[in-house]
Design a protein around this ligand. Structure first.
Ligand SMILES: Nc1ncnc2c1ncn2[C@@H]1O[C@H](COP(=O)(O)OP(=O)(O)O)[C@@H](O)[C@H]1O
Ligand code: SF4
Ligand SMILES: [Mg+2]
Length: 346
């Protein structure tokens, strides 16, 4: 595989994303789904991307996987994975990368499985391709992996087809396939969204286990701060195609800074209760074709009104450090001619 060493890869950073822009060129205009996103994922850490539906989380993940389809296109930015510039790899090298080093599991596991093959056969195939096992050995190992994923009667269940599985079982099969590959990084896009809370907790346990035993880096994508609290080390909060706050998870929950994060926090779901952020943060994510000038959150921001900040509607704030390892994109924390930062958010 062609490798491009980047000096920027230092220490234990596995993935580095800089100024990533992925836009959709639609008949109605350019949808700026991801519009200048920066983050790093370290080796062996669980990194979270959180935000309401439509803020660009899945498009960010698909851009890293290079799975964006027309009319979408990554128009700018760097994605460096273990020294390889993902955007510069040949299609063949990218396929090898997806097959062996980065894998992704999706919200709808059933639709990611091939309906005409047994689940055991699908896990075994991954082992044959990546671990060069023969048919018999790969089948035994597949059954073993399914059992370790908590699939009861794995020997019998391995012969089942995807439509015979529940959502939780299908997600376990997807994780078994990801494990069979022993990837350096796993992207889990809303991995527990369609599942009930008990199964949800079990799937999160499996992912945590995978990180601990195999030192896999994991990006967990979710709209649910409960999932973030449960398993993530560091987290980026996304809003309208941008990261608005980024820090370690303890700091985020102890002292959220961005008014959007504070709004999301106010609606952290209690176990078993329906998540209803929209009731807490008035309004909705802006149309990504005609974005407001200035801060993208301004139309929904109470702090802006309380502090009478005119700048918010005029100039978009930068993502800036407020302390080591904690960045925020908000005028409340950055000085400007018309006010002195930091200002307090009620
Ligand atoms: N194929 C597409 N064509 C046009 N717009 C798209 C397409 N895919 C995604 N988008 C837009 O990109 C934005 C971000 O979507 P997405 O990343 O799926 O959000 P999230 O995963 O955070 O819910 C949304 O406004 C969505 O409508
Ligand atoms: S920059 Fe202004 S409008 Fe945007 S989140 Fe901060 S206070 Fe609110
Ligand atoms: Mg999504």
């Amino acid at each position: 595989m062609a490798t491009m060493r980047s000096d920027a890869i230092i220490g234990n950073t596995l993935l580095k994303v800089r100024d990533l822009k992925t836009h959709f060129f639609t008949e109605d205009g350019v949808v700026k789904a991801v519009d200048g996103v920066d983050f790093d994922v370290k080796r062996g850490e669980i990194f979270g991307l959180v935000g309401e539906s439509g803020c660009g989380k899945s498009v960010t993940a698909l851009s890293i996987m290079r799975l964006i389809e027309k009319p979408g296109k990554t128009v700018e930015g760097e994605i460096i994975f273990d020294g390889n510039s993902i955007r510069d790899l040949s299609e063949q090298d990218m396929m090898d990368m997806r097959g062996s080093r980065i894998s992704m599991i999706f919200q709808q596991p059933q639709s990611s499985l091939n309906p005409v093959f047994t689940i055991g056969g699908q896990v075994a195939e991954v082992l044959q391709m990546h671990k060069f096992m023969d048919k018999e050995e790969s089948w035994e190992r597949a059954v073993d992996l399914l059992a370790r994923m908590g699939i009861a009667d794995a020997e019998i269940k391995a012969k089942a087809y995807p439509h015979e599985l529940s959502g939780g079982q299908a997600q376990r099969v997807m994780i078994a396939m990801a494990l069979a590959m022993v990837p350096d990084m796993l992207i889990a896009d809303e991995p527990t969204n369609a599942l009930d809370v008990t199964i949800q907790a079990q799937i999160l346990d499996l992912l945590r286990d995978m990180k601990e035993k195999m030192e896999t880096s994991i990006i967990v994508i979710t709209h649910d701060l409960g999932v973030i609290a449960e398993m993530v080390d560091r987290v980026a909060v996304m809003y309208a195609g941008r990261i608005v706050e980024q820090t370690d998870v303890a700091a985020l929950f102890a002292e959220p800074h961005h008014p959007y994060t504070i709004g999301l926090m106010a609606s952290v779901p209690v176990l078993g209760r329906v998540n209803d952020h929209l009731a807490v943060i008035p309004g909705s994510v802006p149309n990504l074709i005609n974005l407001p000038p200035g801060c993208r959150f301004a139309p929904r921001c109470r702090a802006r009104v309380e502090h009478e900040l005119k700048i918010c509607n005029e100039v978009e704030p930068e993502l800036q450090a407020i302390k080591l390892g904690h960045t925020v994109r908000c005028w409340l924390y950055h000085n400007h001619g018309d006010h002195q930062a930091p200002m307090k958010v009620e």
